[in-house]
Design a binder for this molecule. Structure first.
Ligand SMILES: Cc1ncc(COP(=O)(O)O)c(C=O)c1O
Length: 424
């Protein structure tokens, strides 16, 4: 149950902040309750304003891969803040972060730092349009690329959670050149297409892995049509491994969007690509893009501290634990007699109730429509486990989620599933 202090804060928030939250999914509407307000967080846990401690699988929607308030990150941010929080002039850490990304991701030769994944995706589309002289953008239903006008159509994440097909306030003209295709089917492309933008593992409609051949098919289709391929790796970048989804699957896009992990929990994201494409950005080229706080010194310090910790060994540990958790959840929930799918892509974990494997947005919606997720979410929260408050999101175990946290989660899942069966 939401505690008294969280309830008071939510009621105050609703008077001055639309829906009481600064990002829609935080409102907990789709799981039928009010949000807890966080007072502090450490490692795998968050503590709310009523003193309830939750084992947290949201981890700022994937921004915290080391867990909350990791000492090296806190120290780096503290030290950076002491040198000034923003200058509006270039810094060495921006160079170091761009070098780190370029070194880790094969084919990505240059990086422009921005402040959010939305900006990264928006810039990638503008760059693709500028480079090709074409207007059309192909995206996939259930993929989310932030909240810029052209990319909201059939968006996953909060757009899916709220059951919207797009957004009011987006002029027809802004989406006239956006084509939405079903995930996991290679669409027909022609010489009007500037770019195809895709999440290489779709993690905003639950978790839908790319079918074998899908990403390869997109690469081949883009090459034939003269279109650019954009991998939105805001979630998968530096989450699946240092080389992200493109490194894992061996398909090289023309442009990458990064975010979340690379900012170490501070507002930072990036667009990257080949030198030839990236040099089309201002001040060198005709495609304009800018930002007062781009490459902010606190965010670059946090990002560098995180990427230093995330060695190949660290990814192996994280992925191993995630596999144990996914297997455990599947056995615990299934064992209680509740049909469930627990897709896993490296350390990303999805949860779909129902017996049909999910390959696209229609499948994700069919699973969410059963209503089981919100019952499971509530039963887990009562046991101190905070999952994402929407069936269209994924779980983000962090390096701070150790064996005892995984065991506790699996035990709670068995009880929660048994409770769901009892109450049917
Ligand atoms: C794949 C993907 N792209 C873009 C975004 C937008 O990022 P931001 O919320 O930082 O604007 C998100 C956010 O969740 C995302 O998951």
């Amino acid at each position: 149950m939401t505690g008294r202090r969280s309830a008071e804060l939510f009621s105050r928030a609703c008077r001055v902040i639309p829906g009481g939250v600064d990002s829609p999914v935080r409102a907990f509407g789709s799981v039928g309750r009010d949000p807890y307000f966080v007072a502090s967080a450490e490692g795998a846990y968050v503590t709310d304003t009523d003193g309830n401690r939750y084992l947290d699988y949201v981890q700022s929607w994937g921004a915290s891969i080391l867990g909350h308030a990791h000492e090296k990150v806190v120290e780096a941010v503290r030290a950076a803040a002491g040198r000034g929080t923003t200058y509006g002039a270039p810094t060495e850490d921006e160079v170091r972060l761009a070098e780190t990304i370029v070194e880790a991701v094969p084919g990505c030769e240059m990086i422009r730092l921005v402040s959010s994944g939305t900006e990264a995706a928006m810039t990638s589309v503008r760059l693709a349009r500028g480079a090709t002289g074409r207007d059309r953008v192909v995206k996939f239903a259930g993929c989310y690329h932030g909240h810029s006008d052209a990319l909201l159509a059939a968006g996953g994440s909060g757009v899916a959670t709220l059951g919207l097909s797009g957004s009011a306030g987006v002029p027809r003209g802004a989406v006239a050149d956006t084509v939405v295709a079903p995930y996991n089917i290679v669409p027909e492309l022609d010489d009007r297409v500037a770019c195809v933008i895709v999440e290489p593992a779709a993690a905003n409609m639950g978790l839908v892995p790319a079918d074998p051949g899908f990403l390869e098919g997109l690469r081949a289709g883009c090459d034939t049509a003269g279109a650019l391929l954009v991998f939105d790796e805001v979630i998968t970048g530096f989450r699946l491994g240092r080389d992200g989804a493109s490194g894992r699957c061996g398909v090289r896009p023309d442009l990458w969007c990064f975010g979340k992990v690379i900012g170490g929990g501070l507002p930072l994201a990036a667009v990257g690509g080949s030198r030839a494409l990236m040099e089309m950005l201002a001040p060198l080229g005709p495609v304009y893009q800018a930002g007062t706080l781009s490459g902010n010194p606190l965010a670059t310090a946090a990002g560098l501290a995180v990427l230093e910790e995330m060695t190949d060994d660290a990814y192996a540990v994280l992925c191993g634990r995630a596999r144990r958790l996914a297997d455990g959840l599947s056995a615990a929930i299934g064992g209680a007699g509740v049909a469930v799918q627990v897709p896993l892509v490296e350390p990303l974990i999805g949860l779909y109730f129902g017996s049909d494997p999910v390959r696209d947005y229609d499948g994700a919606r069919a699973s969410a429509g059963r209503g089981d997720y919100s019952r499971f979410f509530g039963a887990m929260l009562e046991r101190g486990i905070a999952l994402a408050p929407s069936p269209y999101e994924v779980s983000f175990p962090s390096l701070a989620h150790g064996s005892s946290e995984i065991e506790r989660t699996v035990e709670a899942a068995a009880e929660a599933a048994a409770e769901m069966v009892e109450r049917r």
